[in-house]
Each structure stands twice: as structure tokens, then as C-alpha cells.
Design a binder for this molecule. Structure first.
Ligand SMILES: Cc1ncc(COP(=O)(O)O)c(C=O)c1O
Length: 459
């Protein structure tokens, strides 16, 4: 592959050295494909095959991947859907199903917005399968960030970003204060964009709504302003903006005044080179955390190519880059859960999946209301709650002059037997506790908050 088209797009400019270098060499795939079409005797596949009856008592005469007979006791999926290697970028059918799912999640009206749906289908890539959203974040950050380059993130963020970006890649985080008086701090973000934009040939930003640890989702107004800010900044600094959209908690939104779908769609609609990369997965979205199936989907821009053929070649080149990365790191992702996802969508259907999940969303929604109403009853200047409308968590800020988050969490645990996650990063102005109300029974929430309240009086 000579990457002729990708090199003409702004995407290429944003790649890290690894991103520029990596690709999936033809190698054994070339010979395996040729053998499949041309050979009578195929000795290219690196998995053991045999006649089923030769390794399974009572087995058939079919030529099958060899497997342990005990395995079939644990699942009624076909053995070929469990034990064999899936393709490197993921099973094509599962990838296509997820693309349909992404189109569904756009909430474009199927009658009135046919053109938008058609375009979305055309201009987004077919999702590449990753080992959970974490692996999607890891892959994207590595493909776009060189050591010492900067990525923009709010000061309140999932701690694992720091592991991936700083400790693993050796890149840096340009942090901005997330909130200014309970609103999204767009001025802080703007300063960060201009700061990074003057020293780098691209600006990388990672957004995560509903957010971990705060549960924040932008209001419709804030999100409009955010999209405008990104658009105007791109025009002004004249460098591509890559927006990594971590949609791990996408469906868990509990109020009507906030953005009800991923911000990916609004960014994808922009003509400017604000390039969104959607990172989502079955892990939280379909409540299959250990299934470790995630997806990377890129929103391409209409003005990057002239013909349909260019577009298709570009998509192939992008796939090849990701496949090269996957091959070099994890080789491929769990086959069983890719098959299970496929079955779920094909046999149960999107409506049934949404209906079953609705019950869980309602449970979480009730807990969200309960915990916020309990916290609202505490009138204590030592704490403040960040705006929250979705996800699994909320964040209680503690006055750093009076309480250190780590000490507070320790005290809560020892004296009140309450477990929370303290986040204490005084250099980034963060000092508070994350409460994962997603895992607390609604009836226990008043007790939980009461104990936190009692503990506050002891500091
Ligand atoms: C914001 C955020 N992104 C991604 C992940 C990881 O998701 P996955 O389990 O799909 O790797 C988490 C998990 O805690 C998270 O909070």
C-alpha cells in the first residue's frame, strides 16, 4: 500500500512518527489469500485444523479448527465463532453492524434527514475493533502523539489518560480548568488551543461526555458554543484539530437540557478540518465490561477527495494503518465477544437491545436524582458539586485549605466504612472525591451521603 490518498489529507500531517511509519505489510496475508484462490493444498494457516471426528468423540467429518470438546459446553455459539482468529481490524460484519449502530445513535430522523444519514454512512469509516475503549484511546493517542507533544484535556479527567499519554507515550497533557462557575470553561480551552497551536502542527483534544469523574455533559447551549469554538480556532490557527471523542458512557444521559448524543456528530458535520475520532464500545454501552470490544471511527471530510474511488481508497489506507498498529501490539481482538455482539444485533435487534438497556438506564437515573438531592441538602462551604447530568459518577470538590482528598477518603473508609476515589492534584487545582453511584443501591444513598456529611464536620 502506498498511502497516496492519506498523504493528501490533513490527517496525515497530524500523525506521530509511529502513525506515519506503521502499516500492515502484505506478507503472510498476501500468500494466504493467493493460496485460498489458487492452491489445492493449503499450508498457510497458522491454526490447527482437522476432521472433527479425529479429535472429538462422535464428531463430524467436517474439516474444522481443532478445539477442546469441553469448550462447547459453555456456549452455544458455533465453534468457528469462538476459537478462530478474527480479522485483524475485527470481524467485518461486527464492524458494519456497529457502523449502523453509530448511524442510529446520531438520532437523525429516518424520514426527514435521509440525506444526512446517507452522508454519515459515506463519510465515516467502518469502525475498527479494539480491545475496549481503553485500547482505542491508546491506539489513537499513539498514532497522533509524539513524545513531548501535547494533548489538551480538562483538569478533571479519567486517570488512565495520564498513564497512556504521559507514562507510556512520553507525551504531555496541556490541562485546562474544566469549569468556570459551574459552566464549561471555554475561555480556558481556547487559551489551551492557541497555546498548543503555536508550537505544534496540529492540535489534539480529548473530550469525554458524560465525563469521568464528574458526570458532566454540556448543555445544548454550551455544546453549540464548544463546537463553534473548535471551528473558529481551526480557521484561525489554520492547523488541523483532531478531537478524540471518548464516548464510553454515551447512552447514560439523565436530563433534557444537555447534549443527548455524542458530540462526534456535530464535529463531523463541520466542513473545517476539525477531525473527530469516535471511541466507543460494548463495554459500558451494552454493559459487557469484560467483553473488551471497542471501536474507533473517524469522521472524514467531504472536501478531502474528488471521487468515490478516492474515498474508498482513503478508507482502506486508514484501515491499514490501524491494522498495522493492532498487528504489532495485540494481533487481534477477542473473537467470542465480537461474535456475541453480532448475534445480539442480528438476532435480537436494536430495538430489543435499547429496550432491555432502558431498565438499567432508569435505575441509574433514579440514583442520579437521589444522590444529587441528598447532596443538595448539605449546606457546607467546604464542598461543592460539579455540574453532572449523566454517566456513572459525580465529583465532590473539597476545600483544599481545610481538607485533603486523600486524607478525607482514608477517614471515610476507616471511620465510616465508606469507599470513594479521592483525586488530589493540587497543581491542577483538583481536590475532591469521585462517588461511583452506579454501584450503590438507591436505598443506601442517603446513608452514604449522611456519612460523608458527618465526616466533613470532623475536618
Ligand atoms: C472515560 C473512560 N473512558 C474509557 C474507559 C475504559 O473503557 P473500556 O472498559 O471500554 O476500556 C473508562 C473506564 O473506566 C472511562 O471511565
Amino acid at each position: 500500500m502506498n498511502f497516496k490518498y492519506i498523504q493528501k489529507t490533513p490527517l496525515y500531517k497530524t500523525f506521530s512518527d509511529i502513525g506515519k511509519r506503521i502499516f500492515l505489510p502484505e506478507g503472510i496475508f498476501y500468500w494466504a489469500r493467493r493460496a485460498k484462490n489458487e492452491a489445492e493444498l493449503i499450508g498457510t494457516i497458522g491454526s490447527a485444523y482437522g476432521f472433527e471426528k479425529d479429535f472429538i468423540d462422535g464428531g463430524s467429518s467436517d474439516w474444522m479448527p481443532c478445539y477442546l470438546k469441553e469448550i462447547s459446553e459453555y456456549s452455544n455459539l458455533m465453534i468457528q465463532d469462538i476459537v478462530t482468529y478474527p480479522s485483524i481490524g475485527g470481524l467485518l460484519e461486527t464492524r458494519e453492524i456497529w457502523k449502523e449502530w453509530i448511524i442510529k445513535k446520531s438520532f437523525y430522523n429516518e424520514e426527514k434527514e435521509k440525506e444526512k444519514i446517507k452522508n454519515l454512512k459515506r463519510y465515516i469509516t467502518t469502525p475498527i475493533i479494539t480491545t475496549g475503549v481503553t485500547n482505542g484511546i491508546f491506539q489513537s493517542c499513539t498514532l497522533f502523539l509524539n513524545p513531548d507533544e501535547k494533548v489538551i484535556l480538562p483538569n478533571k479527567r479519567w486517570g488512565n489518560y495520564d498513564n497512556i499519554i504521559c507514562k507510556f507515550i512520553g507525551a504531555r497533557i496541556k490541562s485546562f480548568e474544566f469549569f468556570e462557575e459551574q459552566n464549561l470553561n471555554l475561555d480556558g480551552l481556547k487559551d489551551a488551543i492557541y497555546d498548543v497551536g503555536t508550537t505544534q502542527e496540529k492540535v489534539l483534544i480529548l473530550l469525554n461526555f458524560p465525563n469521568n469523574p464528574t458526570g458532566y455533559v454540556p448543555t445544548k447551549e454550551e455544546s453549540k458554543n464548544l463546537v463553534n469554538l473548535l471551528k473558529e480556532s481551526q480557521v484561525s490557527i489554520k492547523k488541523p484539530l483532531i478531537i478524540l471523542v471518548d464516548d464510553a458512557y454515551e447512552p447514560y444521559v439523565y436530563t433534557d437540557d444537555v447534549l443527548s448524543r455524542s458530540i462526534f456528530y456535530d464535529l463531523y458535520e463541520l466542513e473545517e478540518d476539525v477531525i473527530p475520532i469516535k471511541l466507543d464500545g460494548i463495554t459500558k454501552e451494552l454493559l459487557i465490561y469484560g467483553g473488551r470490544v471497542g471501536f474507533i471511527t473517524i469522521g472524514l471530510k467531504e472536501n478531502w477527495f474528488e471521487t468515490d474511488e478516492d474515498l474508498e481508497t482513503l478508507k482502506k489506507e486508514i484501515d491499514n494503518k490501524f491494522e498495522g498498529f493492532i498487528r504489532a501490539t495485540i494481533s487481534n481482538c477477542n473473537h467470542f465477544y465480537q461474535s456475541l455482539t453480532q448475534k445480539l444485533f442480528n438476532e435480537k435487534g436494536i430495538h430489543q437491545i435499547i429496550k432491555s438497556r432502558e431498565k438499567v438506564i432508569n435505575i441509574l437515573h433514579d440514583r442520579y436524582k437521589k444522590i444529587n438531592s441528598e447532596l443538595a441538602r448539605i449546606n457546607n462551604p467546604k464542598i461543592s458539586i460539579d455540574p453532572n447530568s449523566g454517566g456513572f459518577f459525580l465529583f465532590v470538590n473539597l476545600d483544599p485549605d481545610k481538607i485533603k482528598a486523600g486524607e478525607f477518603a482514608d477517614h471515610l473508609l476507616k471511620k465510616y466504612k465508606v469507599g470513594v476515589i479521592p483525586i488530589e492534584k493540587l497543581d491542577e487545582n483538583v481536590n475532591g472525591i469521585r462517588i461511583a453511584y452506579c454501584s450503590v443501591d438507591i436505598n443506601e444513598i442517603p446513608k452514604l451521603i449522611e456519612r460523608i456529611n458527618l465526616a466533613l464536620d470532623e475536618f
